[in-house]
Design a protein around this ligand. Structure first.
Ligand SMILES: [Zn+2]
Length: 397
């Protein structure tokens, strides 16, 4: 699968993106670095290693129902089956990486977790066609591997170890492909649906919103299956039910993230920095805070910018710090004590809109930004709280 920001969760093979959001969620803990795939960091969850150990210890009895091998050999065969499956899942992810990078999209990392793996993209595909291809190559790779395994298995003696490995690879890769083609986020099928809707409607975010809702439906049906008939006619019901419920929860969480991203994404193009800028008062560094606040109120300014002796911007006073300062102390504090020094990323061009504005704010996180034209004229201050309020007013939660 390919996955989001995110972000944020795995199943057997999907692609995510980190999209602009007012306050990006913290990334989950990374896990153990395990080398690189085509230059992209591979990270393995410690839980995955636990699963390999448990699977290797638990499955040999099952293995001996299919092939006649000794106890020791059955453990080895089990370990080989598990590692080959995950190698196949990594091949699925590597195919997402290769196609994404061929289109110039940056890949943050590939994560191998309890439920499978995910490829985390840092950029969005430029066109619906590219979105479609980045998503489609994963299930295609799994189908190809299933076909190769089935072809090899057909030439091997029934109930030989080689036959068992080939049958296992054919079945599991087929299941990985089928599961990932379910048409809801965060699965590859959800991205295919999104790309189709994007192509048809011309609206990238509408496609994401629909694919997110379909993902929630898939999560609901998966949970229902776990409760109604977890065995699907075979196996140990309680473990299968538990696994299905975990998968359902995973899909629900990530589908919900897609829905939230779609809502933010639909609002962002309408954002304009010029409509959010607060009038600011420039003050000298040593001016007492109480006097600066009095002057600002007198002219209706809602932000304070500190200038040095040569009239250059030296700092932006934090509104939160002013509010936290008791009124009776304000005469004894100079404005520079509450100011953040102005660095490159804190000066925004007044013409910024939409995604460019969100990107600028995310690249340099701060509570306040200077807004100044190319001629150096100060137009005011952007308060992050105003930006978030604008998103909330447009229905983003
Ligand atoms: Zn995938």
């Amino acid at each position: 699968m390919t996955k989001s920001d995110d972000a944020r969760a795995p199943t057997l093979g999907s692609v995510s993106e980190q999209r602009p959001a007012p306050q990006p969620p913290a990334r989950p803990s990374a896990g153990i670095p395990a080398g690189r795939i085509f230059g992209v960091p591979l990270v393995v969850s410690p839980l995955w290693i636990v699963l390999v150990v448990i699977g290797t210890l638990a499955a040999p009895d099952v293995i001996r129902k299919y092939v006649s091998v000794g106890t020791g050999a059955s453990y080895l065969v089990t370990l080989v089956l598990i590692l080959l499956l995950y190698a196949a899942v990594l091949a699925h992810e590597a195919s997402h990486v290769v196609v994404a990078r061929a289109f110039g999209l940056r890949v943050r990392r590939v994560v191998l977790q309890l439920l499978g793996a995910s490829t985390e993209l840092l950029d969005e595909a430029q066109t619906p066609g590219r979105e479609f291809l980045v998503a489609a190559v994963g299930p295609l790779t799994s189908v190809f591997l299933a076909g190769v395994a089935a072809a090899i298995g057909a030439h091997l003696a029934d109930h030989s170890v080689g036959w068992l490995i080939a049958s296992w690879m054919a079945t599991t890769n087929g299941l990985v492909a089928a599961f990932n083609l379910l048409p809801g986020m965060p699965l590859d099928g959800g991205r295919l649906l999104r790309a189709l809707l994007w192509h048809v409607t011309g609206d990238r975010m509408r496609g994401l919103l629909v694919a997110g809702w379909v993902g929630r439906v898939i999560a609901g049906l998966t949970a229902l299956a776990a409760i109604v008939d977890p065995r699907f006619g075979t196996g140990d019901g309680s473990w299968a039910a538990f696994y299905l419920l975990v998968v359902a929860g995973f899909i629900w969480l990530n589908a919900s993230l897609s829905i939230a991203q779609a809502r933010v994404g639909a609002v962002i193009p309408g954002l304009s920095l010029s409509q959010l800028v607060r009038p600011a008062l420039t003050v000298e560094a040593q001016l007492p805070l109480a006097e600066a606040v009095r002057r600002a109120r007198a002219i209706g300014a809602r932000a304070l910018v500190v200038v040095d002796g040569r009239d250059r911007w030296a700092g932006i006073v934090s509104e939160a710090a002013v509010q936290a300062m008791p009124v009776d102390r304000q005469p004894w504090v100079s404005v520079s004590d509450l100011a953040r020094p102005v660095e490159a990323g804190l000066v925004l061009s007044p013409g910024l809109t939409g995604a460019d504005l969100m990107t600028a704010v995310q690249e340099t996180p701060a509570t306040e930004y200077l807004v100044a034209g190319s001629d150096g004229a100060l137009q005011g201050v952007l308060a992050r709280t105003d930006l978030i309020a604008a998103l909330r007013a447009a229905g983003v939660r």
